[in-house]
Design a protein around this ligand. Sequence first.
Ligand SMILES: Cc1ncc(COP(=O)(O)OP(=O)(O)O)c(N)n1
Ligand SMILES: Cc1nc(C(=O)O)sc1CCOP(=O)(O)O
Ligand SMILES: [Mg+2]
Length: 228
Amino acid sequence: MTDDDLIPLPAEFADRFDQEDRPACQLYVVSPARIEIPAFIDSLKAALDGGPVAAFQLRLKDVSDDMVLRACEALLPVCNEREVAFILNDRADLAKRAGADGVHLGQGDGSLAEARALLGAGAQIGRTCHDSRHLAMEAGEQGADYVAFGAFYDTTTKPSHYRPQPEILSWWITLSQLPCVAIGGIFPHNAAPLVDAGADFIAVVRAVWEHEGGPGAGVAAFKDVLGW
Ligand SMILES: Cc1ncc(COP(=O)(O)OP(=O)(O)O)c(N)n1
Ligand SMILES: Cc1nc(C(=O)O)sc1CCOP(=O)(O)O
Ligand SMILES: [Mg+2]
């Protein structure tokens, strides 16, 4: 099944969920693919103290399981102290061992049902859905806690040939109460169309970690567009 096979919602469903009840869009900070512990502990503290951050994702690539677990051990307390959700990327098994608040799973990162069985009802489980309405509906049916669409803009962090339009966010929030995340090439200057379209979260890497003023300034720069 492709998105072309989807039947449009009947008009009477258009205001099925009262959008007034939806919380304002929040910031979801994703780590660089490589970090140095312990130096990154202070970088994370600076980022999380730069403004209200709802969630932090540890997204390490091409490192050992031991390194991921050591990073979790160092960074989880920083998030816990600030009541920021700690989400581990890719690996439900390591999320369980580390005591993470949840896991983000791409389409090739394993089944949502298995992750739920492992992590329990209280865990936050996110699913990458690229530009696909079908994948998002499937993720919702399979028990995801949020769906992520992207990449909305060009990004060197994770080059992607998927390019959703902001309208997919508006479509999703009309259809589902499950939160949606917008990701990919998002900076303060280009976030407004995604916020306006209904993103519950905007997820960012370079906007925070490559900000010339440091990660705290990177987070603080979202102040106006997120209406803090
Ligand atoms: C919030 C969020 N959205 C999407 C992704 C991408 O996940 P995935 O497709 O598995 O790619 P990798 O990040 O694992 O390279 C994400 N990590 N977080
Ligand atoms: C991790 C990730 N996932 C994407 C997706 O489209 O699923 S885009 C992306 C990278 C986001 O990094 P930046 O904010 O630096 O562009
Ligand atoms: Mg992945």
